[in-house]
Design a protein. Structure first.
Length: 446
C-alpha cells in the first residue's frame, strides 16, 4: 500500500489536540496506531489493542490478533480513514497493512427520568441518548424474535445513526414500504432531532397537525410495536418517532392502561373537554361580547358587560393581549433555569393579571378565561399536539372577530372536515385504536 493514507490523515487531524499517533519498533517490526482520544473508549485500548501489540513476537502473530479484534482495510479504502477515526475506531498500521478496531466510547447510556410524559403508576425511567442502549431497553421489554432493527445514517455532516424497529409478524407490508421509502428520500446536512425527521418524512412545513408520535417512554414504544406500528430511534436523543399516529394517540396517556376502566374513560373525556375549551373559549368570549350577547342568560351578559365597563378597546384586542402574555409566560417557563422558572412565571402571571385588571386594561372574566385556556392546554398528554392546539385557537379568534358565534361554528366544521380528510401513512387521522388487545388489557377467554 502506498503512503497515500498518511497524506490523507495528517492534513485534517495532525493539528487537532485529541489526535494521537504512536509508533512502536522495539519488537523487531514497525507498528503504528492512531486514534481520537475524544471518540474512543480508553479501556478497550488498554485491555485489547496494547496487550495484543506487546505480547506478539512476530508480525504474523500480531496480524492474527488484530484480525480477531477488528478487520483489515483494503487498498481501495484509505479515503475512508477519516470516517473511521470520527466513528471511534483505532487504526493500526502493520507494515503496509491497515487494521480497524472499533472502540467507540458510549455516552449517556443510562436511562433518564421521565421529563415530558410522566405517569403516576407506570414506569418512571425513559430512554437514554445512546441508540444501542435504547435498543437493549426495547428488546428487554419486547423479547420477540420477530422484532427487526434496520439501520440508516442521516445527515451529510453529522452522520447520525438511525434505527427503524418493527415487529415482522404484525406490521403491514404497505406501511413498512412507505416508511422505508420516506426514510430513503430524506436529506439533511445537520440532523440531530426526531422532530426534524418527522417534518422531513411528512413534508409538513405548512401542516399544523403532527402525523408521527414523539415519545420518550419505553412502555409506549412496546405497546405500539405490538399494534403493528413502526418505531424510529435516533442516536443522541432519548426521544423516538412512532408511525402511523392518529389523533387519538395524541390524546391518550399511558396512565389509561394502568387505571380501571371507568377512571381511564373519565380521564379521556376530561382531555377532550379541555381540548374543546382551549380551542374555542376565547372565540366564544369574543362572540358573546361583540356579536351574540343574547345566547347566554341575562345575568351572565350583565356580569360580563359590568366587568368590561372600564376596558377601552374591543373584546378581540383584549383577548389578544392576554393570549400574548400567556404565551410569553409559557415560553419563559421553558427557557428560564429550572430553579427560578416556575417561581418567576407564577409571580409574573399573578402580578400581571392583577395589575392589568386594576388598571382597566382587561376584565376580570377575561383573566378567568385566560387561566382556563392555559390550564386546559396543559392537559393534552403529548407535547407536540399541545403546540398545535396553541396555534389553532388563534384561527378561531380570527373567525369569531369577524363573524361571531357563526364563525366559531364554521371554524369547528372546517377543522373536523380537514382532520377527517387527513391521512397518516395511509391511516385515517380520526381513526380510533381502542381495542382490548391494543390497549394492553387481557382478552378474556370464552
Amino acid at each position: 500500500m502506498s503512503e497515500l493514507w498518511l497524506d490523507r490523515i495528517f492534513p485534517f487531524m495532525s493539528k487537532s489536540d485529541d489526535f494521537v499517533w504512536k509508533t512502536m519498533s522495539d519488537r523487531g517490526f514497525l507498528v503504528q496506531y492512531f486514534y481520537l482520544v475524544s471518540m474512543i473508549d480508553a479501556k478497550q485500548l488498554d485491555s485489547l489493542v496494547l496487550p495484543a501489540i506487546i505480547s506478539s513476537q512476530n508480525q504474523e502473530e500480531l496480524q492474527t490478533k488484530l484480525l480477531s479484534l477488528g478487520s483489515m482495510m483494503s487498498a481501495k479504502e484509505p479515503a475512508s480513514l477519516d470516517h473511521h477515526l470520527l466513528d471511534g475506531t483505532i487504526i493500526v498500521r502493520l507494515d503496509n497493512a491497515l487494521f480497524t478496531i472499533p472502540a467507540k466510547k458510549i455516552r449517556s447510556d443510562q436511562p433518564e427520568d421521565m421529563k415530558v410524559e410522566q405517569t403516576l403508576l407506570g414506569p418512571q425511567k425513559s430512554l437514554s441518548e445512546s441508540i444501542d442502549a435504547n435498543l437493549g431497553i426495547i428488546r428487554s421489554r419486547y423479547p420477540n424474535v420477530e422484532l427487526r432493527a434496520e439501520p440508516y445514517v442521516l445527515g451529510t455532516l453529522t452522520k447520525t445513526r438511525v434505527l427503524m424497529l418493527y415487529d415482522q409478524s404484525r406490521v403491514k407490508p404497505e406501511l413498512l414500504e412507505e416508511v422505508q421509502s420516506r426514510l430513503s428520500r430524506v436529506q439533511f446536512d445537520i440532523f440531530q432531532s426526531v422532530t426534524q425527521l418527522e417534518i422531513g418524512m411528512n413534508n409538513r412545513r405548512l401542516s399544523l397537525f403532527p402525523r408521527m408520535l414523539v415519545t420518550e417512554r419505553p412502555d409506549r414504544i412496546v405497546l405500539n410495536l405490538a399494534k403493528g406500528k413502526v418505531v424510529i430511534m435516533v442516536d443522541g436523543t432519548p426521544f423516538t418517532l412512532i408511525a402511523p399516529a392518529v389523533f387519538y394517540d395524541f390524546m391518550s396517556a399511558m396512565d389509561d392502561l394502568y387505571q380501571s376502566f371507568w377512571v381511564a374513560r373519565a380521564l379521556v373525556l376530561l382531555r377532550y373537554l379541555a381540548l374543546f375549551l382551549t380551542i374555542t373559549l376565547p372565540a366564544i368570549y369574543i362572540s358573546i361580547v361583540s356579536f351574540n350577547p343574547d345566547i347566554t342568560r341575562v345575568q351572565l351578559t350583565l356580569s360580563i358587560a359590568g366587568s368590561r365597563a372600564a376596558v377601552p378597546y374591543p373584546s378581540y384586542v383584549e383577548v389578544l393581549i392576554m393570549m400574548f402574555l400567556t404565551e410569553a409566560l409559557t415560553e419563559a417557563s421553558l427557557r428560564l433555569p429550572k430553579y427560578i422558572g416556575s417561581t418567576a412565571t407564577t409571580v409574573g402571571g399573578l402580578i400581571l393579571g392583577q395589575a392589568a385588571q386594576q388598571a382597566g386594561l382587561v376584565s376580570s372574566i377575561m383573566i378567568i378565561i385566560t387561566s382556563a385556556v392555559a390550564i386546559s392546554n396543559f392537559v393534552i398528554p403529548i407535547n407536540v399536539m399541545s403546540y398545535s392546539v396553541r396555534i389553532l385557537k388563534y384561527v378561531f379568534i380570527i373567525f369569531a372577530s369577524f363573524f361571531g358565534i357563526v364563525g366559531t361554528a364554521v371554524g369547528l366544521f372546517c377543522l373536523i372536515g380537514h382532520m377527517a380528510n387527513m391521512r397518516s401513512f395511509g391511516e385515517p387521522y380520526l381513526k380510533l385504536f381502542i381495542g382490548e388487545a391494543a390497549q394492553g388489557r387481557p382478552i378474556r377467554s370464552k
